[in-house]
Design a protein around this ligand. Structure first.
Ligand code: URA
Length: 433
């Protein structure tokens, strides 16, 4: 069938056969189907959706478009935890070592941050000398030793998704549930894991702004998991305000390490112990998530998980003394304390503004080629539900340049805080599982 006929069929709400869709997608990979034809097709999908079979074929074709990571020989039960991205989201750095203390391995690919959201790759890059495992063989070794297998996204895994995502980005077709779900799941299915846990962020600083939208996306990803016989749990977690207190790469690793010693912020602790509880259910060690959470809390307060993180960092040529003495991350030249100008209760702390304020200091990238300053960022002293008096410190900016961007960052951070007269409850971090 000609490409134009496929596009017309999709436009007219007719279901494509498996062969028709596969042929069209392969044609795009080979260059026989043009970008403008694929753009029209994506818009038709955006408007008309995909049938279950089309969703399966799209996901499968993306998964099989590049290398698959089989992780042969790894004996540990393997979890792939994926977050849809947010502000202050250092979950993987603390979760993987915590899982390791239960004999659970982590196998995942991570990405770089862009705009107001951070990326796990940039956070580990704050550790001098650190280099991610570069091959499947190195990843297997790393999982065997520390239990942690995190590698950077490579060009060779799911290349069709990369090509389609770049096109979606410039054709107004990113925000389509089936396209997002198949894009995320194809990357999860390309890497061997025994359990997948998706942390879908909800709120101001996230891709999904409402609980309803996040639930719709979660249901589609869960259905894709079933189509491929994979265990999938989905956590919907709050991103109205940043997760934890630290935003910025070195600062976030510092906070993750402190959390592994039981000294972390409550919301962050709740998220990592909940995901660990789910992983223990997937592995079959416990019957209920609550049982698993209690085991995770106990482990967190024992400090045992720091060893796994230290081993992973050392295996990756990083300076492990940074994990033993995380205060080494606190190297920014200047600190500025943002003070409350009125008394009351914090009713809002807009995550996107805080993320952008961090980016302006140099903690993130405005465009994909920007260079990151790993020392800078923001530490929140007050969050939603906290009471404040005039003059109390709301947040501390860690920065290296007293330039216009610093002033813009400060103004943005100031505007991110809303203080009200009435009492506000501390928001829940886990919204649904
Ligand atoms: N993240 C992805 O990996 N793909 C999307 O389409 C959106 C977010």
């Amino acid at each position: 069938m000609r490409a134009v006929d496929i596009i017309i069929k999709k436009r007219e709400h007719l279901e494509l056969s498996s062969n028709e869709l596969k042929e069209f997608l392969h044609g795009y990979l080979k260059g026989d189907v043009t970008d403008y034809q694929m753009s029209a097709f994506l818009m038709a999908v955006f408007l008309n959706g995909l049938s279950d079979n089309e969703l399966k074929v799209l996901t499968e074709t993306m998964r099989d478009s590049g290398d698959l990571i089989h992780l042969e020989g790894v004996e540990r039960f393997l979890i792939d935890k994926h977050s849809t991205g947010g502000v202050g989201d250092k979950t993987s750095i603390a979760l993987a070592p915590l899982l390791s203390t239960f004999g659970i391995g982590t196998a995942k690919m991570s990405g770089k941050g862009l705009g107001h959201t951070g990326g796990t790759l940039d956070k580990f890059d704050a550790i001098p000398g650190f280099k991610f495992p570069a091959s499947e063989e190195e990843m297997v070794k790393s999982i065997d030793h520390s239990g942690i297998g995190i590698m950077g996204q490579t060009e060779d895994i799911v290349p069709l998704d990369k090509k389609l995502y770049a096109l979606r980005d410039v054709t107004g077709t990113v925000d389509s549930y089936p396209l997002i779900a198949s894009s995320i799941m194809s990357k999860k299915l390309a890497v061997r894991s025994d359990g997948i846990i998706l942390d879908v962020k909800v709120g101001d600083g996230a891709f999904m702004k409402t609980l309803e939208n996040a639930q719709t996306l979660a249901n589609i990803m869960r259905d894709i998991g079933s189509m491929f016989n994979r265990k999938v749990h989905i956590v919907l977690s709050g991103m109205e305000q940043p997760l934890g207190n630290a935003i910025g790469n070195g600062l976030e690793v510092y906070e993750a390490v402190e959390s592994l010693k039981g000294n972390g912020p409550k919301d962050f602790e709740e998220l990592i112990t909940t995901i660990t509880g789910i992983a223990l259910v997937q592995k079959g060690d416990v019957k209920t998530i609550e049982e698993g959470i209690n085991m995770a809390i106990e482990k967190l307060h024992s400090g045992e998980a720091v060893t796994a993180l230290r081993d992973f960092v050392a295996d990756c040529h990083g300076d492990a003394s940074y994990i033993e003495q995380p205060e080494k991350f606190l190297t920014a030249k200047y600190k500025f304390e943002l003070k409350a100008e009125e008394s009351g209760c914090i009713s809002q702390l807009k995550a996107e503004s805080v993320g952008t304020a961090g980016m302006l200091l140099g903690a993130g990238r405005e465009t994909k080629d920007d260079i990151i300053d790993h020392a800078v960022g923001i530490v929140l002293e007050k969050k939603v539900g906290d009471k404040v008096n005039i003059g109390d410190t709301l947040a501390v900016l860690h920065y290296n340049n007293e330039n216009d961007k610093f002033k813009q960052s400060l103004a943005l951070l100031q505007s991110a805080y809303v203080i009200s007269n009435s009492n506000i409850e501390t928001p829940k971090v886990i919204l649904d599982i």
